[in-house]
Design a protein around this ligand. Structure first.
Ligand code: ADP
Ligand code: MG
Length: 375
């Protein structure tokens, strides 16, 4: 499983290094709203610059359709990057060329041209067999960046030797998005805690009525099977619900907000775990020695339904367990509630962190292990 590190690249003085970063930052009106991913790559970029390398970074940004699109220009990223570390060049959006997602060998040729070494610091893109992820390591001496190395160490460590009890707290919108990772986690955790939109399919599997909450009817049998398995699964015991006529993310639209048990009347939508559940989940988190948190406990972007997610974030900050946050929206929640620094690890990879936990490997990591400098 060991990945080549920056030290495995040898002396870098005067050499040209291509660094694949994940600068896929959120933008609003051309402004970066969160530069977390740019800051995360700075230690690796600075170390390469300090070693005397000529450093060229590259990234994808958004979802342009394989041709130049000014809405997805990397210019805002380039400006922010220049403020954070001097002397790093940034190529234009990789996805302006259809060869990136198609993993076209000719695109790889152009990408590696003129470079002496490659570094993958794009953990969040390493689950994709795209040209800039799997192409260069087949042609250049290659290494994992500092952040990518840490991501892999922490996330694969959860599968191999977690301090116990190991508890996974899962939430987010849908069970179907996360079934693979839930099944993989059930093999290694001591308990699974489920909140968020996905809890309603589990509650329905337990015979509860879920009103107008998110429900995936074709996942009910699967959830029942998981509930019948050997590992304890903690579900909510109370729910914060929005009444008929109310609209999510539109408090002005009115609609009553009420604390309820786990049987919701018709027309009521469960959008957060209730206070009793938040306290109970907090206890589980405090008693654990390792906690993985993925997925908000409710629609926390709406302040009426943020309490459950905030309570879990605070319990994560206070427990003496080793704490790991995975998933883009969960990481955003941790930042929103100001607890990022109190976590042992906040993954920069959404889909990539879940896929690594589920499968134990990623295409981008496999490619690094096959690089010509790896003996
Ligand atoms: P992550 O990115 O951390 O893996 P997901 O993408 O799975 O998380 O889910 C995040 C989204 O789920 C949030 O935007 C949140 O609003 C939504 N969500 C959570 N709970 C509910 C709920 N009960 N009803 C509707 N949406 C919910
Ligand atoms: Mg998400």
């Amino acid at each position: 499983m060991k990945l080549p590190t920056l030290d495995d690249l040898g002396p870098l003085e005067g050499r040209s290094v291509l660094v694949r970063c994940d600068f896929n930052v959120p933008l609003a009106d051309g402004e970066i709203t969160d530069d977390f991913r740019i800051r995360a790559a700075v230690p690796t970029l600075r170390r390469l610059v300090d070693a005397g390398a000529r450093v060229t970074a590259c990234t994808h940004l958004g979802r342009p359709a394989g041709r130049p699109d000014p809405r997805w220009s990397v210019e805002p990223v380039r400006r922010r990057l220049a403020e954070l570390v001097e002397g790093v060049e940034l190529l234009e959006n990789l996805r302006f060329d259809p060869g990136e997602t198609a993993n076209d060998p000719e695109f790889v040729d152009r990408l590696v041209d003129g470079h002496d070494a490659y570094v993958n610091e794009a953990f969040g893109a390493s689950h994709r067999a795209h040209a800039s992820i799997v192409g260069p390591p087949a042609r250049l001496p290659s290494a994992a960046g500092l952040l990518l190395t840490r991501e892999v160490e922490v996330l694969t460590g959860l599968r191999t030797d977690p301090a116990r009890p190991f508890v996974a707290v899962m939430g987010g919108a849908k069970v179907s998005d996360k079934l693979g990772v839930i099944e993989a986690l059930l093999d290694v955790v001591d308990a699974l805690v489920i909140g968020g939109g996905m809890c309603f399919t589990f509650l329905a599997a337990g015979g509860h009525s879920v009103g107008a909450s998110l429900l995936e009817p074709d996942m009910i049998d699967t959830c029942r099977r998981l509930l019948d398995g050997p590992r304890p699964i903690h579900l909510p015991v109370d729910i914060t619900a929005l009444g008929p006529g109310g609209r999510l993310f539109e408090p002005e639209a009115g609609g009553e907000v009420r604390q309820m048990g786990v049987d919701l009347p018709e027309g009521w939508m469960g959008v957060d775990i209730g206070p009793g559940t938040a306290a109970a989940f907090g206890d589980v988190i405090h008693e654990a020695r390792t906690v993985l948190w993925n997925g908000p406990m409710g629609a926390f972007e709406d302040p009426r339904f943020a309490a459950g997610t905030e309570a879990v974030a605070r319990a994560m900050a206070e427990t003496r367990a080793f704490t790991v946050v995975g998933g883009g929206d969960s990481a955003a929640a941790a930042r929103r509630f100001g607890v990022t620094k109190a976590m042992d690890h906040v993954s920069t990879g959404g889909g990539a962190s879940l896929e690594l936990i589920e499968k134990g490997d990623l295409p981008g990591l496999e490619a690094l292990r096959g690089a010509p400098n790896v003996v």
